[in-house]
Design a protein. Structure first.
Length: 343
């Protein structure tokens, strides 16, 4: 078995489609668990996984492993060794639980953010009832819950509270791990107080950088608010040993050359667990798309830089960021003068 997620995980995207993993690329969209499990694509993936044949659906993990970075597959294999000792039929749920978000991040778009929908109108997504149905129906074999968004602390908060109270009342919360991926701009006190009843809680902050660069990447969030909430979360971590803080740093054309500096900042602020998420879409913001002149700028990700260069990348990049900046009334040149000089 290459990866336990194929058999033990259900993952919902913000648009409502379900797959075995949130890291999967190119997997067809299925809007019910039954349809997904019955599909030829899933069963082909299952067969490959059993026979330890690498699937093209899993390139994000292969890319990280080729850089000697720990992949989701490797992390979850370690967890599998623990979880399977409790329950051979354990279930992990990993879900983007709504598109409500107070940010219009540069690398995001209207399908994952209600703030982006103010500029690019689309229908909002509120089709996560199957997530809560399965969590309740399969509560006895739940062992990990991963919630993202949108911003998970702005979506389905009542449903989260009801589920957590159920798990606490059934006296099974002490075996369950909770994970969140949050932008750090909100602090839902009632929800967070319930988390102290669980075995382990991992709160991952999506930062991508600090100060002005954070505010560009995560517009219109303010770094000062995130810093205040970070202090509160650190205090919570100090009071409850089961609460851990980690950081997700998205590697993109805006950030790849800043990774070493960010790690120094994180270490100085007692945030020693930094995960690197290699951006693949939008393609124009992927470091794989960069021209060859951008190689040898940051050795950490140099193997991926310009690995699949985009024709006319400079033209497409400038067109895209200038259009985005006009909508959001900000300037990439102000936030990233060193990137402008490279171009």
């Amino acid at each position: 078995m290459l990866c336990p997620n194929v058999e033990h995980n259900l993952s919902w995207k913000v648009t409502g489609s379900v797959s075995p993993c949130n890291n999967i690329v190119g997997f067809p969209k299925f809007f019910s668990v039954k349809d997904m499990l019955d599909s030829k694509e899933y069963n082909s993936l299952l067969e490959n996984n059993t026979n330890e044949v690498r699937s093209t659906y899993c390139t994000r993990c292969w890319d990280k492993e080729n850089l000697n970075l720990k992949s989701k597959r490797q992390s979850d294999l370690s967890l599998h060794n623990i979880y399977s000792s409790f329950d051979q039929n354990y279930l992990k749920i990993d879900s983007a639980i709504g598109d409500k978000c107070n940010a219009a991040c540069t690398i995001c778009g209207p399908y994952s953010s209600s703030t982006w929908q103010k500029f690019i109108p689309i229908s909002s997504y509120d089709n996560k009832s199957e997530v809560w149905d399965i969590c309740n129906k399969e509560s006895n074999r739940l062992i990990q819950l991963d919630f993202g968004g949108g911003e998970p602390w702005l979506n389905s908060v009542d449903e989260q509270i009801k589920l957590f109270e159920l798990l606490i009342d059934k006296n099974i919360s002490q075996r369950i791990k909770i994970r969140y991926n949050t932008n750090g701009s909100v602090f839902p006190k009632k929800l967070l107080n319930l988390l102290t009843n669980f075995n382990e809680v991992e709160i991952t902050l999506s930062l991508d950088d600090i100060e002005t660069r954070f505010e560009y990447n995560r517009w219109p969030l303010k770094w000062s608010f995130v810093e205040k909430n970070l202090s509160k979360l650190k205090q919570l971590r100090a009071e409850y040993k089961q609460i851990n803080l980690t950081v997700n740093f998205t590697v993109s054309v805006f950030t790849w050359h800043r990774a070493d500096e960010f790690i120094k900042w994180a270490s100085a602020n007692d945030l020693t667990n930094v995960n690197f998420n290699i951006l693949s879409s939008p393609e124009v913001f992927s470091i794989k798309s960069l021209p060859t002149k951008f190689k040898n700028i940051s050795t950490k990700f140099d193997e991926l830089v310009s690995s699949t260069p985009m024709p006319n990348w400079e033209h497409e990049f400038l067109r895209t960021v200038n259009e985005l900046d006009a909508v959001r009334n900000i300037s990439w040149k102000t936030a990233f003068p060193e990137l402008e000089s490279m171009i």
